[in-house]
Design a binder for this molecule. Structure first.
Ligand code: SAM
Length: 234
């Protein structure tokens, strides 16, 4: 039986940034196969003035503009949120997203990402509308669109049937907490740089000895253990 598809809604003032990515490659294929639906919505649709204003000056003064509550509130009301839905505010102040968070979010039927711009979003969005605030790393970007795409991609590929048989979830980085994948190589075995110099693939991988190859891979994975594992707090 085919499992239920995951629906992702991304609320943004730049919906055109989202479509090219989510209609390409694996996400595009998964959407065609109806395993996934990713839709970008223009927040300006939910403004009520003729200039479609989504931002205003911060109370208390300070530089820049802050995104208003109203478009987010009206958008969420019109999207009719069901039970197994998680509303996520993209934010440089949020908890840092990691593979454990991706696994947790992959259990929902629907995810709604709220993308900020300018100096950020009126705090009442975090207080009353979002279920959680997530950051994709400790740096500041100009908007939440890349964050929404990063998280959508990492979550979507964990859903049944999204990856094809040739792409595997097993034994990859972070499939076990703190463990990274072993190094991978492909043809040619010797990449010539000059008459005297070349880059060689570790000879064990060309040996045909599968037991030894497994041992080598396990050792390489262990050598790359992340310590301390910073992402384990979410
Ligand atoms: N003034 C805010 C601060 O200091 O935290 C930064 C606002 S940032 C210029 C505008 C928007 O980009 C944010 O509201 C958020 O939606 C998004 N954003 C920026 N950095 C992010 C990050 N690391 N993770 C997730 N979203 C981020």
């Amino acid at each position: 039986m085919k499992s239920k598809s995951l629906r992702i809604d991304i609320l943004t003032i730049f919906p055109g940034m989202i479509e090219p990515y989510v209609t390409s490659s694996i996400l595009g294929r998964a959407q065609k196969e109806k395993r996934l639906v990713i839709k970008a919505h223009d927040l300006r649709k939910w403004t009520s003035d003729k200039h479609q204003k989504v931002d205003d000056r911060p109370f208390g003064g300070g530089p820049g503009m802050v995104m208003k509550v109203e478009p987010f509130d009206r958008a969420l009301k019109s999207l009719k949120i069901g039970k197994r839905t998680r509303v996520i505010l993209t934010s440089a102040k949020g908890k840092v997203f990691d593979q454990r968070a991706a696994k947790r979010l992959a259990k929902y039927d629907r995810l709604i990402f709220l993308c900020g711009r300018y100096e950020g979003v009126d705090e009442r969005v975090a207080e009353h509308l979002a279920d959680e605030e997530l950051s994709i790393g400790n740096y500041v970007m100009t908007g939440g669109e890349l964050a929404a795409l990063v998280m959508s991609d990492a979550v979507a590929r964990l859903r049944p049937g999204v990856l094809g048989t040739s792409e595997s979830l097993a034994m990859e980085s972070h499939s076990e907490i703190g463990v990274l994948e072993y190094p991978q190589y492909t043809r040619p075995g010797i990449y010539p740089l000059s008459k005297k110099k070349s880059w060689k693939v570790p000879s064990i991988l060309l040996s045909g000895d599968h037991k030894k190859i497994q041992e080598w891979r396990r050792k390489k994975s262990k050598d790359s253990l992340i310590t301390p594992f910073l992402g384990a707090t979410l």
